[in-house]
Design a binder for this molecule. Structure first.
Ligand SMILES: CC(C)(COP(=O)(O)OP(=O)(O)OC[C@H]1O[C@@H](n2cnc3c(N)ncnc32)[C@H](O)[C@@H]1OP(=O)(O)O)[C@@H](O)C(=O)NCCC(=O)NCCS
Length: 166
């Protein structure tokens, strides 16, 4: 039923993707309730509402990958713009109980790998005070291109970060 993107093993971390029943696959609208649960756990009051997430998932060029193992453990949503040869990461979240095990790093690597054929740049926005996420992106080679004042709905600023793919 699902299109499994890949399976593999991360031997340098406790987290293993293979016959433990943990896998990465493309998400569809039927995953929305589970994605929303994770969204609430990960972002709290700043979570996306279900209607907004649905709208995002339906936008042209938007793809969502999720990690599942019993429940949805992590997801990343991104958008491919062929004319601009750019991929924009729209959202990324990992279940609080499974953080610092390389899940986000793995999902970002998959985005970059899928993006490489159609894009030269990956861009994203992140709150400057989101130290974990900023550290993650810096560790993956992203650089701050600009500070965007009042970018978020609540008036919060954003860093726009970019990485040029090889
Ligand atoms: C940010 C987030 C996605 C990171 O997910 P994760 O699976 O824990 O990240 P990883 O395990 O892949 O981390 C890879 C590297 O990123 C950096 N990093 C990740 N989380 C960090 C934290 N809380 N503090 C400092 N560095 C962090 C580290 O360099 C880490 O490598 P290390 O564990 O070997 O030191 C996760 O904390 C999350 O879901 N946060 C809430 C939602 C959110 O802020 N999303 C991003 C919106 S832009």
């Amino acid at each position: 039923m699902y299109s499994i993107i890949s399976v593999g093993r991360q031997t340098d971390k406790a987290w293993v993707i293979d016959d433990d029943g943990v896998r990465v696959r493309k998400a569809g609208l039927s995953d929305l309730p589970d994605l929303i649960l994770l969204e609430g756990e990960a972002f709290g009051a700043r979570r996306w509402e279900q209607a907004f997430m649905r709208e995002m998932m339906c936008r042209e060029g938007v793809q969502t990958l999720l990690v599942e193992g019993g429940a949805v453990l992590a997801y990343v949503m991104f958008s491919v713009s062929r004319p601009f040869e750019t991929v924009e990461v729209l959202s990324l979240a990992v279940s609080p109980s499974l953080r610092r095990r390389g899940l986000a790093k793995d999902l970002m690597a998959r985005v970059e790998s899928l993006a490489a054929e159609e894009a030269r740049t990956v861009a994203l926005c992140v709150r400057p005070d989101n130290d974990g996420a900023v550290n993650l992106y810096v560790s993956l080679g992203y650089k701050v291109l600009a500070l965007c004042p009042g970018y978020y709905e609540d008036g919060g600023d954003a860093y726009m970060m970019v990485k040029h793919l090889e």
